[in-house]
Every structure is written in structure tokens, then in C-alpha cells.
Design a protein around this ligand. Structure first.
Ligand code: AMP
Ligand code: ZN
Length: 118
């Protein structure tokens, strides 16, 4: 369920500090250390799943939870209301997909434009 060499498993375990956004039995959410936008946090499953390429039908409820949680946490973090406001959800997968940390994570970005990146 966890990988001793994984930076996000260490964050979930409290071994590496993070700025918590939300926690429940399935997921942990925290601010990205190198934000692309005025609001940028990550939602990660507590279980170590390497990437979106590793998910199967057994993860359907977890993924639905992450997806439905994102708009709520975005609003709480200060993202403006749709349609003027909004947010971006990104899940980088594999090297060509731009994934650097190999523990599944959903980027949630928002806030007024221009953004620092993207
Ligand atoms: P990705 O390229 O999709 O794998 O994104 C990994 C993200 O994790 C990057 O946006 C990093 O800034 C972020 N990140 C890496 N280490 C930490 C950390 N210790 N705390 C918060 N965010 C981190
Ligand atoms: Zn992990």
C-alpha cells in the first residue's frame, strides 16, 4: 500500500512536511511546492498507485471520489465560481506525459490569470 522511496507516501505519512488542504480515509490533498497558478494543490490517494496507467475497475470509486472532491476543494481554496472563475485538473502520466512523481496525483490549479506557467 505504501512505497518507502516515494515522496508522496512520505508526505502522507507525515515524514515530509506539507501544507494540508484536505484529508479523509481515501485521499490526502496538499499545496504544490512549486505552483503553476495562484492556487495549485494536489489530490493523492493514500494508497500507493504509481500512475493513471495502473488503475483498474477496482479504483473506480477512488477516482470518482477524487474527481468530485476537486471542485469542492477548489472553491474552498479560493477558486472563483464557474464560469468566470474555474480551475484546471491535470493528471500527468508517464515520462512523455510529464509525470515526475510516480504516485498518482491530480493537479488542481486556479486563480486569476496570468498564471506563472501553463
Ligand atoms: P508531476 O510532474 O505531475 O509528477 O508533478 C509532481 C508535482 O509534485 C510537481 O508539481 C511538484 O512541484 C510537486 N512536488 C514535488 N515534491 C513536492 C513536495 N515535497 N511538496 C509539494 N509538492 C511537491
Ligand atoms: Zn507513494
Amino acid at each position: 500500500m505504501t512505497d518507502d522511496n516515494c515522496v508522496f507516501c512520505k508526505i502522507i505519512a507525515g515524514k515530509i512536511p506539507s501544507k494540508k488542504v484536505h484529508e479523509d480515509e481515501l485521499v490526502y490533498a496538499f499545496h504544490d511546492i512549486n505552483p503553476w497558478a495562484p492556487i495549485h494543490f494536489l489530490i493523492v490517494p493514500k494508497a500507493h498507485i504509481a500512475s493513471m496507467a495502473h488503475v483498474g475497475p477496482e479504483h473506480a470509486a477512488l477516482l470518482a471520489h477524487m474527481m468530485t472532491l476537486a471542485p469542492k476543494l477548489a472553491a474552498q481554496a479560493g477558486c472563483g465560481a464557474y464560469p468566470e472563475g474555474g480551475f484546471r485538473i491535470v493528471v500527468n502520466t508517464g515520462a512523455e506525459g510529464g509525470q515526475e512523481v510516480h504516485h498518482l496525483h491530480m493537479h488542481v490549479m486556479g486563480g486569476p490569470r496570468p498564471w506563472y506557467k501553463g
